[in-house]
Structures are given as C-alpha cells and as structure tokens.
Ligand binder design. Structure first.
Ligand SMILES: Nc1nc2c(c(=O)[nH]1)N[C@H]1C(S)=C(S)[C@@H](COP(=O)(O)O)O[C@H]1N2
Ligand SMILES: [Mo]
Length: 202
C-alpha cells in the first residue's frame, strides 16, 4: 500500500457543531477574493522569511522550502462573504514544524503574516500553533493556481478565510499585535466563524 494514501497522514481539522457556521451558505465552487492584483511571482527569486522573536531566523528559497517535512490537512473554508466550501485537502508544511525549527521565544504572543504587495494579517500565537494550520502549496492534489495564492498561502481552517493570506513571504513572531489589511478596514481582529466575528465595532 502506498504510505501516502494512509488516512493517518492527514490532519483532520476538528469539526465544529454545527458544521456550517451561523449565517453561512454552502457552495461547491471556490470563489476568488482578494484586494489588488494577482502578483507575478518568480520561483527563482521567491523566498520565505521567518523572523522576529525566534531563536533561529530563516530565509528559505523555494528549493529549501520543498525539503521541509510535508503534511496534509483536510478542512472546510468559511469566507466572511458568507460562502463555505467543505472538504478541502491542503498539502504543504505545518506551521508547528516551522515553529519547532525556528524555536519561538516565550515572549512571542502574535504572528504577523506578510504577503506580496504589502498585504498583512495577524493571528495570536495560540491560533497559529494549532496543528491544522498549514503553509499550503497544493489544494486537492494540484498546485495552487496564481489567483488562489500560488506559490504559497497560509491556511487557518478555524478562522474566516481572510486570515488565510495568499502569496505569503514572511512570518514575523512578535510580542505585540498588529492588525492587518482587512483588520484595519473593518474586519474583526479574531474572525471566529462560530461566533460570527465578521466586523469590528469601531
Ligand atoms: N495576499 C492576500 N491574501 C488574501 C487576501 C488578500 O487581499 N491578499 N484576501 C483574503 C480574503 S478576504 C479571502 S476571502 C481569501 C480568499 O481566498 P481565495 O481567493 O483562494 O478563495 O484570501 C485571503 N487572502
Ligand atoms: Mo474575504
């Protein structure tokens, strides 16, 4: 038996009750949503930086990144614009493995995720450290398409999908929170779909 097909290799994102969060509608399509344009990325110059409050900073090029331990995550997508897409299979590198390599320092409380073109989003370290959070380069067995974040996107299954930054280039571990692009433009800082944390009050 091909060891790659064993279900145990797949991390199941914990199913919440109800599976469909309040105010959401299930869709089988996968809409494309982002601010700005799809960046042109060249894998020859692409790199991923891990820095801030870590013992070991990294700057991996594409080839180096591909040598990191690989994981698969099975999860649902919940977009704040009210569509949910079930049963996505993501393939990539677990944030937990990245954190173990980097040695996150005890003062770190937040992670600022930086993407192409200055886009950022932010997460508490406790959310980032969940074992279903992945840096994904494949979806349902195929390389991501550029409009869905190729070559690399974050996937945070338990938060609205805007926290899942496309075109990721840097993970910055910090002792301070720094609301990102959508968070500064009216979206909620926490983004829990089961609490309907869609918009901020200010
Ligand atoms: N770099 C970047 N990532 C982003 C965004 C963005 O504007 N820029 N938008 C977010 C939002 S609002 C959503 S809903 C999802 C959409 O991902 P999809 O196009 O793959 O469905 O990407 C998120 N990641
Ligand atoms: Mo969104």
């Amino acid at each position: 038996m091909n060891p790659e097909s064993k279900p145990a290799d797949i991390v199941e994102s914990p199913r919440q009750e109800p599976r469909l969060p309040p105010g959401q509608v299930k869709t089988d399509k996968w809409p494309v949503l982002h601010y700005g344009s799809v960046p042109a990325v060249d894998l020859k110059t692409w790199d991923l930086t891990v820095d801030g409050l870590v013992e070991h900073s990294f700057k991996w090029n594409w080839e180096e990144f591909q040598k990191l331990p690989r994981r698969k995550v099975h999860s649902d997508i919940h977009c704040v614009t009210r569509w949910s897409r079930y049963d996505n299979l993501w393939d990539g590198v677990a944030i937990r493995d990245v954190m173990a390599l980097a040695g996150v320092r005890s003062e770190a409380r937040f992670v600022i995720i930086h993407a192409e073109q200055g886009f950022t989003t932010n997460l508490p370290l406790s959310e980032m450290a969940q074992d279903d959070v992945l840096l994904a380069d494949k979806h349902d067995g195929e390389a991501l398409t550029p409009d869905h974040g190729w070559p690399l996107r974050l996937v945070v299954p338990r938060r609205y999908f805007w926290k899942s930054a496309k075109w990721v280039r840097r993970l910055e571990f910090s002792d301070r929170d720094a609301p990102g692009f959508w968070e500064r433009n009216g979206y909620h800082n926490e983004a829990d779909p089961w609490r309907e944390e869609r918009f901020s009050d200010w």
